[in-house]
Design a protein around this ligand. Structure first.
Ligand code: BTN
Length: 336
């Protein structure tokens, strides 16, 4: 099937976000295309993860309420002292918000560039993986800052962001969520499985001299349909969504503002005080603590009991001998 032009999918997405029923004819008239082009765009939007109901002879409607991302709405929900420091942009489609900010002119030190995308065609996850998100059912955003000087606790950056994201989500009514070292937002299911709700990808562009551009990417599953969950499961990750934990997933602008506000406040504090003020919050949220784990790093595999983190954010692995080692990188799984 030929793909509908991005502008058309964007327009139809925008029209459907009012939550009303729209006939194919009305959508065709409003967008200046044929009904068959509308039909193609609807299939494409569904393929991107948007939940659309079709009612025979009546038209299309969103399966659940969903706001389109909007700069003024997000800015309006940010505290003024944060809003004043932020350059904010929403795009319909992009390869990766992280990649775009890493290529861009760095913000002035002390200021922040924030980019949100409705759809990423090449969303990046940790360790070279692809990040899958559902159109209208997720948040994909990146925050760039220019640290001068670089905080000495820089390796703990994504842990700091994790604690801020968690705090923001709790403030939006999410019942309980945890963090999995180093940067997954998770919940431990009733069957003791770790379900991933979001992830953080911190990337750095250091110049030979001068300040370093740091980009923090945050991907959150607000509402995932079964197709997306299956697609993510096929890549080896058990995914869930924040709506099932009490989040009003339709209110995407308020959730985005809560995340951006808390993360920027956290980054400002981190730049001055380092990781120390965030350690307790991390420990409260640490889902791995005292669990038997496996650490995979390249071809090496180690096993032991997770014993929290040290002052720099390194995971503490206790071996059968009682000896502990610090883990700085790796893929962690819980041994069952
Ligand atoms: C992970 O693997 O858990 C990290 C996922 C990070 C995904 C986000 S979505 C917004 C930003 N842009 C990207 O390309 N990736 C991050």
């Amino acid at each position: 099937m030929t793909q509908a032009a991005p502008m058309l999918t964007q327009k139809i997405f925008g029209a459907l976000t009012d939550g009303q029923l729209h006939s194919g004819e009305a959508l065709a008239e409003a967008t200046g295309v044929t009904r068959s082009a509308v039909w193609k765009a609807i299939s494409q939007l569904r393929g991107m993860g948007l939940l659309i109901e079709a009612q025979t002879n009546r038209g299309y409607r969103l399966g659940a309420s969903c706001e389109a991302l909007n700069v003024s709405a997000i800015r309006g929900d940010l505290p003024k002292e944060i809003s004043d420091l932020v350059q904010l942009e929403v795009v319909w489609e992009i390869g990766s918000t992280n990649a775009r900010l890493l290529e861009s002119q760095p913000p002035t030190p002390g200021e922040f560039a924030v980019l949100l995308a409705e759809n990423q065609t090449g969303g990046r996850g940790r360790r070279g993986r692809r990040w899958q998100a559902a159109l209208g059912g997720s948040l994909c955003l990146s925050i760039a800052t220019n640290f001068e000087p670089l905080p000495h606790d820089l390796p703990a950056l994504s842990l700091v962001v994790g604690t801020c994201v968690r705090e923001a989500l709790l403030s939006c009514g999410v019942r309980d969520i945890s963090l999995k070292w180093p940067n997954d937002v998770v919940i431990l299911s009733a069957s003791a499985q770790l379900v991933k709700l979001g992830g953080i990808l911190a990337e750095l562009r250091a110049e030979a001299v001068g300040p370093a551009l740091v980009v923090v990417g945050i991907g959150l599953n607000l509402r995932l349909g079964e197709d997306k969950k299956k697609l993510i499961a096929d890549s080896g990750t058990l995914a869930g969504d924040l709506e099932s934990l009490g989040l009003d997933a339709g209110k995407r602008n308020a959730v985005a503002a809560a995340i951006i506000g808390r993360v920027i406040a956290g980054l400002k504090r981190f730049a001055v005080e380092g990781f120390a003020p965030f350690i307790e919050d991390w420990r409260t949220a640490d889902v791995l603590c005292d669990q038997p784990i496996r650490v995979l790093d390249g071809s090496s595999e180690r096993q032991g009991i997770a014993r929290g983190i040290d002052a720099q954010g390194a995971l503490q692995l206790e071996h059968a001998t009682g000896h502990r080692s610090s883990i700085l990188a790796g893929e962690i799984s819980v041994r069952t």
